[in-house]
Write a protein that binds this ligand. Structure first.
Ligand SMILES: Cc1cc2nc3c(=O)[nH]c(=O)nc-3n(C[C@H](O)[C@H](O)[C@H](O)COP(=O)(O)OP(=O)(O)OC[C@H]3O[C@@H](n4cnc5c(N)ncnc54)[C@H](O)[C@@H]3O)c2cc1C
Length: 439
């Protein structure tokens, strides 16, 4: 049995952030992670000689804690942040529309793009602007109805919801507005689009996620003196007087403080027994799937870093061509959030659906040969951001002193995101630190 001051369980963004914070404050930290790599829900792997991300991950300029983490671990070189928000919106048979912020201050920065937005009628565009101003005043704690219901009550047509509101709601909440919590929807629009003009500039991961998060995080933790144990499954945490025993499959660890940073369906079984009744509540958070369709064409078909689709099953498509390819091939990845239907479809069915859909949006794809077609499915990508979730998300501080919770699913106010995970890691480390200082 080894002795340690703090144990962090889970090596996703939340656990990595917490471990670095504790190590920065001169605490002896051991981080245990069941998988052979760090990065948690944001990872990459190789298939057919191609590095695939399990899912396209985007972030916004307002994701300050996640961006700071990337700077800290040296991952920022693999990401690209737009200098100005710009979303090309493609629609079969129509000219693309561009949602681009102007130089005006918020919330007027999106006004000119909205007034020119060709995928809605002029009346719908004016209606969207009016509703956006009202949304700026909605309390993010409103968790009693769906965002879609609120939008409809504020004059938004089903087309306005599909062709505009869901372009933002689906990828950030991992649910369409019709199913998502009003409070979380309001939070995303307020934080990302309505408060500061630059807040919503979009960041994309250009290199594989493992090179941006997992591998650099491991190097940084080790350089900071954190004892990282991969392939180490925590089975349960028991309280032993003032201390904790973290039980593993082959080994146990003793700690003064523990940060549990695993996904919510795994957390309850690991928590000290006196917390397990409370833990039953957050199992009600449920989950929402994400599917990605990866296609390598024999030629260049997509002229944007990424684009959204409307009137198409393609929600977003990203150019993921590796930097070292020097021929005509292009690798594009279609990201499908809230993918309840798609997650149950076989690869062949997805191919029958998405290869023609991409050809409709990207005319050159119609004549191109598909060299590789692959699918990644994350059944429980995030918690289900439906009404009622706010009350189910626990804070970092538990009723057991020294035992803290972290994870994108905890009470961060953010939806399940990289930013929420980073913030939760800081919050949990502060709770653990407070306890350690009081010993
Ligand atoms: C396909 C997909 C696309 C996404 N897209 C975006 C996006 O565009 N933008 C965005 O901001 N967010 C996105 N997200 C969400 C984001 O990835 C997550 O919110 C975030 O990575 C969660 O981090 P976390 O540290 O809270 O949890 P996790 O990353 O789930 O980390 C928990 C870790 O705990 C480990 N673990 C579990 N049980 C044990 C155990 N018993 N012992 C030891 N270790 C254990 C797990 O292996 C895992 O590594 C996406 C998620 C997915 C899956």
């Amino acid at each position: 049995m080894s002795a340690t001051r703090a144990v962090v369980i889970g090596g996703g963004v939340a656990g990595v952030t917490a471990a670095l914070d504790l190590a920065d404050r001169a605490v002896d930290v051991t981080l245990v992670e069941v998988r052979p790599r760090l990065g948690g829900a944001a990872y990459s792997f190789e298939r057919d000689g191609l590095a695939l991300d399990n899912g396209q991950h985007v972030f916004l300029r307002c994701c300050t804690d996640y961006r700071a983490l990337l700077d800290r671990i040296g991952g920022s070189g693999g990401v690209e942040l737009q200098s100005r928000l710009e979303i090309p919106v493609l629609r079969p048979g129509h000219a693309p529309a561009l949602l681009r912020r102007s130089r005006l201050p918020a919330p007027g920065h999106l006004g000119p793009a909205l007034l020119r937005y060709g995928h809605l009628s002029v009346r719908e565009r004016i209606g969207v602007a009016r509703a956006a101003l009202k949304l700026a005043r909605v309390d993010p704690a409103r968790d009693d109805e769906t965002f879609g219901k609120w939008l409809a009550a504020h004059g938004q047509s089903p087309r306005a919801i599909a062709n505009l509101w869901d372009l933002i709601a689906l990828p950030t909440l991992n649910l369409p507005a019709a199913q998502a919590s009003l409070g979380l929807g309001a939070f995303v629009f307020q934080e990302g689009l309505l408060r500061g003009a630059a807040a919503g500039d979009i960041g994309t991961h250009r290199a594989p996620l493992g090179e941006i998060i997992g591998a650099p995080a491991l190097r940084t933790l080790q350089r900071s003196g954190v004892d990282v144990r991969l392939r180490w499954r925590a089975q349960e945490v028991e309280r032993d007087g003032e201390r904790f025993e973290v039980r593993g499959e082959q080994d146990d660890l003793t700690a003064d403080a523990v940060v549990l940073a695993v996904p919510h369906p795994r957390a309850a079984a690991i928590m000290p027994s006196e917390l397990r009744v409370a833990a039953a509540a957050f199992e009600g958070l449920g989950s929402s799937p994400i599917v990605n369709v990866h296609v390598v064409y024999d030629r260049h078909v997509l002229d944007h870093r990424f684009a959204a689709g409307v009137d198409s099953p393609v929600q977003y498509v990203f150019d993921r061509t590796p930097a070292d390819w020097d021929d005509e091939r292009q690798y594009v990845a279609v990201s499908l959030s809230g993918a309840e239907l798609e997650v149950a479809m076989r690869t062949e069915e997805l191919r029958e659906r998405y290869v023609p859909a991409l050809a409709e949006l990207l005319p050159r794809a119609g004549n191109a040969e598909v060299l590789i077609f692959a699918v990644t499915r994350e059944h429980a990508a995030t918690f289900r951001a439906a009404p009622g979730t706010r009350a189910l998300r626990p804070s970092a501080r538990t009723s057991v002193p020294g035992f803290a919770l972290a994870g994108a699913w905890t009470a961060t106010n953010w939806p399940a995101t990289l930013e929420g995970a980073a913030r939760s890691g800081h919050a949990a480390a502060s709770v653990a630190m407070e306890h350690i200082r009081g010993l």
